[in-house]
Design a protein around this ligand. Structure first.
Ligand code: HEM
Length: 419
């Protein structure tokens, strides 16, 4: 199969459900391969990392959007995301990112640990109390990250259930291909989200609070450092990026742990290994599988020359399984010497919430395994038909009995041993 056919297979429903065979076929053509005029596909780890850090390789600007989707300004979904830091280049990107980054200091993230643990425990208690099979996605993987990002943004708890549909519809615009119907739904989701944040912004302007929304409103009001569109675009992206991806880390990660009971058992007994486990789960089945860039000049990467003005499809999920970086890449192995997967990207757009997402994963998996030792699949999980944001629609599980555990999650009387 040539590169264009393999790419078509990747975008087709079967490829979206399981992209890994198509990645291997693409890899056979080399780590960076041209596919038709003005498009390059990257499956190599080193090459993707290098391109993401190269200042000549940029996210789409308005001119590129005009070329790809001339009516993009009429699409609330595309135009909202276009005004956020995710799709802005320096110097605007650096200005926005600096403002938002103030809320993501390592100290502030570490201080979220108790919030995350309390939320996780509350959801575990509710699943156990339900006493029957539950859908892990609806009952844990969605509500945990939503609660955490809403706490940071200062979104009232009663409003949290609103976001699931709106955000799921909106993120279709991050897919490499989108149908007219999907775009219409994405636009409807964006309109709801922008409407929601417009009201929250006026509420915080009237009565400031100690939250990220107030901080960004003040950045807008003091000397116009953030325009009105930028303020709303960034709030929407923070909310959506804050949970769509983390929900999928929790769902994809739990499915992998349940399929590897011996490894799961080691983590259950040794929560101190949670950071290595979470990084390997991120590598093994990345919640974000791809991103795109445009070259502003001709750029040489390895032996390939990417010509100026080309689109670059960076397959992060494939780079994370590059055998030159990760021996036996299809094996789940939390004891790898090298980790640092590209799941959070690299370079100037490196995920702002990476520390928070890692913390959520570490706390959630250790508490789930310890407090629900009989947690098991109870039916066939169903994946969403998305390539960029890879995750489950439903993940049916039985939770079994709640274990009696000490305050910090250690089983009473357990003696640690070495894995
Ligand atoms: C497992 C969970 C997560 C994954 C896999 C993930 C992945 C990513 C990736 C790959 C990018 C870079 C996109 C690109 O270069 O084109 C990114 C950017 C971003 N992420 Fe995350 N993310 C996660 C969680 C979060 C959380 C919890 C937040 C917020 C609280 C967040 C906020 C952001 C923001 C604001 C950006 C844009 C940064 C910029 O453009 O400078 N993400 N994320």
């Amino acid at each position: 199969m040539d590169v264009a056919d393999t790419l078509a297979a990747l975008m087709a429903p079967a490829g979206r459900l399981d992209p890994y065979p198509a990645y291997e076929r693409l890899r056979a053509h080399g780590p960076v391969v041209p596919s038709g005029p003005g498009l390059y596909v990257v499956t190599g780890y080193a090459e993707a990392d290098e391109l993401l850090r190269d200042a000549r390789v940029r996210v789409s600007d308005d001119a590129v959007r005009d070329m790809l989707l001339p009516q993009w300004r009429d699409s609330p979904a595309v135009s909202t995301i276009a005004r956020s830091m995710l799709e802005t280049n320096p110097p605007d990107h650096s200005r926005m990112r600096r403002l938002a980054a103030r809320a993501f200091t390592p100290r502030r993230i570490a201080a979220m640990r108790d919030v995350v643990a309390a939320q996780a425990d509350e959801l575990i208690d509710a699943m156990a109390a339900a006493g029957r099979g539950v859908d892990f996605m609806a009952d844990f993987a969605y509500p945990l990250p939503v609660a955490v990002i809403c706490e940071l943004l200062g979104v009232p708890a009663v409003d949290r259930p609103l976001f699931r549909r709106w955000a799921a519809d909106l993120t279709a615009v991050l897919e490499p291909e989108i149908t007219r119907e999907e775009l219409a739904m994405a636009d409807a989701g964006a309109t709801e989200l922008v409407g929601y944040f417009t009201e929250l912004v006026s509420a915080r302007r009237r009565r400031p609070a100690d939250d990220l929304t107030t901080a960004l409103v003040q950045a807008h009001d003091d000397g116009d450092r953030l325009s009105g569109d930028e303020l709303l675009g960034n709030l929407v992206v923070l909310l959506v990026a804050g949970f769509e991806t983390t929900t999928n880390l929790l769902g994809n990660g739990l499915a992998v742990l349940l399929a590897h009971p011996t490894a799961a058992d080691v983590l259950r007994r040794h929560p101190e290994h949670a950071p290595a486990y979470v990084d390997e789960l991120l590598r093994y089945d990345s919640p974000v599988q791809l991103t795109t860039r445009t070259s502003s000049e001709t750029v040489r990467v390895g032996t390939v020359e990417v010509s100026a003005g080309s689109r670059i499809l960076l397959l992060l999920g494939a780079a994370n399984r590059d055998p030159r970086r990760y021996p036996q890449p299809d094996r789940f192995d939390p004891w790898r010497a090298l980790s640092n997967p590209l799941s959070f990207g690299a370079g100037p757009h490196y995920c702002l919430g990476a520390g928070l997402a890692r913390l959520e994963g570490q706390v959630a998996f250790t508490r789930l395994l310890r407090r629900l030792p009989a947690l098991a699949l109870s039916g066939t999980p169903r994946r969403r038909s998305r390539l960029t944001l890879r995750g489950y629609e439903t993940l049916p599980v039985t939770v079994g009995e709640l274990a009696s555990v000490a305050d910090h999650g250690a089983p009473v009387g357990a003696t640690p041993d070495t894995p």
